[in-house]
Design a protein around this ligand. Structure first.
Ligand SMILES: [Zn+2]
Length: 432
C-alpha cells in the first residue's frame, strides 16, 4: 500500500464555514484561498462541499497508538496490575511490524474520527513514524525511555533514544517529528531526566512524559525527592516550553503556578483517567485561571479504549462540570479549542481555517441529525461522535472522502494477524 498522493491543488466548493457557504482551495499543503468568491480552477481536485461544514483537524495530545493491539485485552484491572502483569509482558514480545500495523489501525480510526496530528510514545518509534507517514497523518513520535535507576540500562536506553530520533529524522518528512519521551519520574533516574533536558534544549525536541497520574506517584516523589512531581521536574530542567505533561490529575496550585510560568503543556486524558480509576479529575478551573497551556489526549487505546477524540472532549466537559458541581465549567467553545490543539503552541496554537495556514481540516456532516440544528461547536462536543466526519485532509492530502479510508480492510486483517502472533487477540472461547 502506498501513501496517499496529494492532488496538486484541491478545491472544496460550497462548504459551510461559520454558517456561510465558501470555497476553500489548497496548494502545496496550505490553504491558499478561502471565501465566498472562491471557485474551482482548472486542474483542481474538486470536492462538493454541500451539506458539509469545514472545521480544523483535531490534535490528540497524548497516545500510544499501536496499543490498538491490546484493545480489549486485560480490561478492568488497576493501573499497576494492568501494566506490570499484562501489558509489559506482552510488550516484551513486540516486533517493529506489530507496531507498524497496530499504528496503521490506529491511524484509520483517527482519520475516521477527525484527528490530523497525534503525539505518541511507544516502542519501535521508527515503525510508528512509517505508519503515520504511510497513513498521511502528522505525528510527534518517541520511544519510552525507562532506566529504572540502573546506570548500565541508562546508557543503553539513552543510546536507543538517540538512534530512534535519528531514524525518525531520516524519514525527512515535515509531517513527522521526533520526540524524547521519558516514561515517568518513577521509571527514569534523575541523571537520565537531566540528560533528556539537555538533549531537548540542544536539538529543540518536544519532550513527552507522564506526570502525577496517581496520588501514589506524588507521595513517592515527596518521600524520595522532598518535593512534588512538577517541582522535581523543574529541578532537573525538564519543565519548559517544549515539554508535554500527560495527565497531571494530582497537581496542586503551587505546581500549576510553576507549569504556567515555565510554559509547559498539560495533556489531559479524561477517559483513561476514569477507566483506570486514578481517583480525581484534572484541576481544570485552577489551570485555566493560570492560563496553563493545555491539550486533550486519548492515552493509549489499551486504556481508553477509543481513539475518537470527540468522545474524550465530551467526557472532559462532563467530568469537569460534575467534579466542580458547576455546569458552567468547561463550556463547549473552550473544549472545542482544547480538542483542536488551539490552547498550546506546541499542538496547533490556533483553530482557525485561513489562507496561509496548513491545509489540515475536516468536513463534517452538518446535515447529520447530530449537527443539523443549533450551534456547531456545541453539537460537535455534546451531540456528535467522530462518525460525523465525512472527509479528513492533512497537508492538502485527502485521507478520507465520503467516510472511506483506502486500504482499511487490509489494515484490519494485518493488525488481527499481529495481535494473534502476540497472543493477545480476542479469545473465541466463551467465558465460563
Ligand atoms: Zn500514556
Amino acid at each position: 500500500m502506498s501513501p496517499p498522493v496529494a492532488a496538486a491543488t484541491l478545491c472544496v466548493d460550497g462548504v459551510l464555514l461559520d454558517g456561510e457557504p465558501v470555497g476553500l482551495r489548497t496548494a502545496a499543503g496550505e490553504i491558499v484561498e478561502l471565501g465566498q468568491d472562491v471557485a474551482p480552477r482548472a486542474g483542481d481536485r474538486v470536492i462538493d462541499g454541500r451539506g458539509l461544514g469545514a472545521v480544523p483537524g483535531l490534535v490528540n495530545a497524548h497516545t500510544h497508538a499501536a496499543m490498538t493491539l491490546f484493545r480489549g485485552y486485560a480490561d478492568d484491572l488497576p493501573l499497576t496490575e494492568w501494566l506490570e502483569q499484562h501489558i509489559w509482558p506482552a510488550e516484551a514480545r513486540l516486533e517493529a511490524d506489530d507496531v507498524y500495523w497496530g499504528t496503521r489501525l490506529a491511524c484509520v480510526e483517527m482519520i475516521r474520527t477527525g484527528t490530523t496530528r497525534f503525539l505518541d510514545m511507544y516502542w519501535h518509534p521508527e515503525a510508528t513514524a512509517r505508519a503515520a507517514l504511510d497513513a498521511g497523518l502528522r505525528g510527534v513520535i518517541g520511544t519510552p525511555l525507562i532506566d529504572l535507576g540502573d546506570p548500565e540500562r541508562a546508557g543503553r536506553v539513552r543510546a536507543a533514544a538517540l538512534e530512534s530520533t535519528a531514524l525518525v529524522e531520516d524519514l525527512a518528512n515535515e509531517r513527522i517529528e521526533p520526540s524524547l519521551t521519558p516514561h515517568a519520574i518513577y521509571t527514569v533516574s534523575e541523571q537520565s531526566l537531566r540528560w533528556v533536558a539537555e538533549q531537548s534544549a540542544a536539538r529543540d525536541l518536544i519532550v513527552q512524559i507522564h506526570l502525577s497520574e496517581t496520588a501514589r506517584e506524588v507521595d513517592d516523589c515527596l518521600a524520595t525527592h522532598g518535593v512534588r512531581p512538577a517541582q522535581y521536574l523543574d529541578r532537573v530542567g525538564l519543565l519548559g516550553e517544549r515539554t508535554v505533561l500527560a495527565h497531571c490529575v494530582h497537581v496542586d496550585d503551587s505546581e500549576l503556578d510553576l507549569i504556567a510560568e515555565r510554559g509547559a503543556t498539560i495533556a489531559t486524558n479524561p477517559a483513561a483517567n476514569m477507566k483506570l480509576a486514578v481517583g480525581g479529575a484534572f484541576p481544570y478551573a485552577a489551570a485555566r485561571a493560570r492560563n496553563v497551556r493545555l491539550g486533550l489526549g486519548t492515552d493509549g487505546p489499551g486504556s481508553n479504549n477509543s481513539l475518537d477524540l470527540l468522545a474524550d472532549a465530551k467526557l472532559f466537559a462532563l467530568l469537569q462540570k460534575h467534579a466542580s458541581a458547576d455546569a458552567a465549567a468547561a463550556p463547549a467553545h473552550e473544549v472545542w479549542r482544547l480538542a483542536t490543539g488551539a490552547r498550546s503552541p506546541l499542538l496547533a496554537g490556533r483553530n482557525m481555517l485561513a489562507a496561509g495556514t496548513p491545509a489540515d481540516f475536516l468536513l463534517v456532516r452538518t446535515d447529520s441529525p447530530e449537527l443539523s440544528l443549533g450551534d456547531l461547536e456545541a453539537g460537535l462536543i455534546y451531540a456528535a461522535s467522530g462518525s460525523v466526519v465525512d472527509t479528513t485532509v492533512v497537508a492538502g492530502q485527502v485521507l478520507m472522502s465520503g467516510g472511506i479510508v483506502e486500504g482499511e480492510a487490509e489494515i484490519v486483517a494485518m493488525a488481527r494477524e499481529r495481535a494473534a502472533r502476540l497472543g493477545v487477540a480476542r479469545s473465541t472461547r466463551r467465558a465460563p
